[in-house]
Design a protein around this ligand. Structure first.
Ligand code: MSP
Length: 706
């Protein structure tokens, strides 16, 4: 019998900033489902990725003075690295700036237009019309279909006015079909209360939606009309197809698509259900493509009752937590403390409390005690259960299959509660049995073996059932228990008591969850978080003008921006099924914009006070490789300025030099030393030598630079 397939996806995350614990939550949830399904014998495809188009990316890049491509390249790397750090087992990763994705989006619309040809113009799914409304660039949704000022329902920011000729999708025509879908697929949206919200929304009537933009350049060009780019949701949702081989030029990838589509689960946060449960099925129906089977939505992670979000500045980052407490700790805490579907509070303190209680004192301690006794008192050989094995009374009755199934029902928190119930019962059993009191009594050897076998068997069961959530520690304990192979290959849905392999030599007992001092851990996490928030705090305080490459040069070559410029007929264009050429009109197709830094008015520039400075002395700052403390005469005073130019200049080289100083910069401390300004310098790249700005002619210290 061939292996059943399972395809699940996370949302593809905006690449305008780095991921936080909120984004990690969805990805971890999906990873738990993926691991669980694999342990049930499924061949799992797991897709995640980055959403790299749209005006908020354009603007974020503009603010930083880099191109959108540079920005998304940087953030995409951070996403991938974080997923590795968190032990995420995604099999696919899609970026919406990839050529394969642009091809898929263009071909999806072409398929729709092909089908439309058979319909009256008034019934066609895609048509052109003038759009006027308010749009939230942060959440990428229309907040109102009139020009009247209106605020975004998600973030509360004012919507921006949009007025232009767009391509529209006739969503209004899909109301009945969607309601039928919901009727025929009773679990299409999970949890049920969210499904009810979706149904009411659709029952209330649907408006057509604009799916293209003229005002944005950073996007995938519309086929045959490159003045338009795709509106982000049409583009973004299609990544669920492109990421798994839809319209791929590679036959093997296309076969993969045939095998895995339709998606079994699209998982996400509650704020984007509407796009997935309403827009997405309608887009697919219009193109004649099978629909996903289920949409599951979790609540938000809150910080003081507010959604954790970078724009609100209330985010926690996963990396410091993982570095201090380990990958399993964050995964366990999120799945154990947040009930799937509901909002949950995130707090580093309760995370550490949970870690110490359940992981260090709970599972970790049980493993340590049991294995150490087997090592010391039974020569390190796993005992057999003997006759009439003494299984812990309370665990005997637990139906292991039912516990495993809780994962399949997204009741992660309850599944873990049950598993830790087994651990607690075993602790209680050992406390009552006190095997250490007769460990050296040869007459009670059999009882000792039975007791330790029982404890080790509970450990085995807890590890298998806990593996989808805490993969690292459970694999380690598995090895220490002397069990063969990888724990991930054990069938979680076929677990039985007393199947612990005996007679094997156990591994060396080693603690997997050391107890953590809360105060110290919180301090370490806070320090690392600060470094993430203020990457500059250990960076040069010198303003370096990085040589900027032209946008084309900056593109990775896989971007849709690059794709858009491929003339029809060039390799890769116009050859895929459906005959879609990426460049709708050859070289004339709109390339994505090169984001130059935003223009500023002279009044903005006038806010910066620049003066000629004469360096009086310079010395290294203790404990900072890059920093020099420079005393610089700016005419009416001598200023102390820290500059990150130690790799480029020896302190003594600077004395007597004329430099350009930003004199009205707010003071800032680095390594405990205050800096009262900034020296201007240029550098030829991120690792390039800094070259201080200076003057070819004589000029007195204190003179204004303007
Ligand atoms: N790019 C769109 C999704 C397109 S999918 C075709 C997007 N991206 S996002 O970066 O804003 O990520 C949204 C997802 O991140 C949410 O749906 C949710 O899964 C997760 N979260 C972001 N903040 C979160 C919390 N504070 N709490 C929990 N999850 C959060 O929307």
């Amino acid at each position: 019998m061939s292996q059943p397939k399972f395809y699940l996806t996370t949302p593809i995350y905006y690449a305008n900033s780095r991921p936080h614990v909120g984004s990690a939550y969805t990805t971890i949830v999906c990873d738990v489902i993926a691991r669980y399904k694999r342990m049930c014998g499924y061949d799992v495809a797991y897709l995640t990725g980055t959403d790299e188009h749209g005006v908020n990316i354009e603007r974020a890049a503009e603010k930083l003075g880099i191109t959108p491509q540079q920005l998304v390249d940087k953030n995409e790397r951070i996403f991938r690295e974080l997923w590795k750090l968190l032990g995420i087992t995604n099999t696919e990763f899609i970026r919406t700036t990839e050529l394969r994705h642009a091809r898929a989006v263009q071909n999806l619309v072409r398929r729709t237009q092909e089908r439309d040809k058979k319909l009256e113009p008034s019934q066609r799914a895609i048509y052109q019309a003038k759009y006027e409304g308010r749009y939230c660039i942060y959440d990428n949704l229309y907040v109102s279909d009139t020009a009247e000022p209106a605020d975004c329902q998600i973030c509360g920011r004012p919507g921006e006015l949009v007025s232009e000729e767009n391509y529209f999708f006739r969503l209004s025509a899909y109301q009945q079909k969607l309601l039928e879908l919901y009727k025929n697929t009773p679990h299409f949206v999970h949890p049920d209360f969210r499904f009810n919200e979706v149904k009411s929304f659709v029952e209330g009537g649907l408006k057509d939606i604009s799916i293209s933009r003229k005002s944005i350049k950073w996007g995938i060009p519309w086929p045959d009309d490159p003045e338009h780019v795709f509106y982000v949701w049409y583009d973004a949702l299609t990544s669920y197809l492109s990421g798994i081989g839809f319209e791929s030029e590679d036959a093997q990838k296309r076969a993969e698509f045939e095998r895995f589509w339709p998606a079994d689960i699209h998982a996400m946060g509650k704020e984007i259900i509407r796009f997935h449960a309403v827009y997405w099925p309608a887009f697919l129906m219009a193109a004649g493509i099978e629909l996903p089977k289920q949409i599951i939505a979790h609540g938000w992670l809150l910080f003081e009752q507010e959604k954790m979000s970078k724009s609100k500045g209330n985010v926690a980052y996963p990396e410091p937590i993982v570095k201090v407490l380990g990958n399993d700790a964050l995964r366990y805490y999120l799945l154990r403390d947040v009930v799937f579907g509901q909002d949950g509070n995130f707090s580093r303190e309760s995370l550490i409390t949970r870690y110490n209680a359940d992981l260090a004192n709970g599972l970790g301690n049980l493993a340590n005690r049991t294995l150490t006794m087997i090592e010391r008192n039974l020569g390190g050989v796993m005992p057999s259960c003997g006759s009439g094995a003494n299984l812990v009374e309370t665990v005997k009755g637990e139906n292991l299959g039912e516990i495993a199934k809780l994962y399949g029902r997204f009741d992660f928190s309850q599944a873990l509660e049950k598993v830790w119930g087994l651990v607690a019962a075993c602790d209680k059993f050992l406390a009552a049995e006190k095997p250490w009191t007769y460990a050296d009594d040869p007459a009670r050897r059999e009882a000792l073996e039975r007791t330790l076998f029982t404890a080790a068997d509970v450990l085995r069961i807890a590890c298998v059932l806990g593996h989808p959530v805490i993969p690292d520690a459970t694999q380690k304990i598995w090895q220490q228990l002397g069990q063969a192979g990888k724990i991930e290959d054990v069938r979680i849905d076929q677990l039985k008591w007393q199947e612990l392999k005996s007679g094997t030599k156990i591994g060396k007992p080693e603690g997997v969850f050391p107890r953590i001092d809360k105060k110290e851990a919180l301090e370490r996490i806070a320090t690392m978080e600060n470094e993430i928030r203020n990457p500059d705090s250990t960076q040069p305080e010198t303003s370096t003008t990085t040589t900027k490459k032209p946008a084309e040069g900056a593109s990775t070559g896989t971007s849709a921006a690059g794709a858009a410029a491929i003339p029809a007929g060039a390799p890769g264009a116009g050859t895929s099924a459906g005959g879609a050429a990426l460049a709708a009109s050859g070289a004339g197709a709109a390339p994505a914009a090169a984001a130059a830094p935003a223009k500023i008015g002279i009044e903005d520039f006038a806010k910066i006070e620049l003066r000629v400075g004469l360096v009086k002395s310079a010395e290294k700052v203790a404990g900072a490789d890059k920093l020099l403390k420079v005393m610089v005469d700016i005419g009416d005073e001598v200023r102390q300025v820290l500059a990150g130019i130690a790799p480029s200049y020896a302190p003594e080289e600077l004395v007597g030099r004329k430099v350009v100083v930003v004199t009205n910069l707010a003071p800032r401390k680095m390594r405990g030393v205050e800096s009262n300004g900034m020296l201007l310098a240029a550098s030829a790249g991120p690792d390039g030598k800094a070259v201080l700005c200076t003057f070819a002619e004589e000029i007195p210290a204190g003179a204004k630079v303007k």
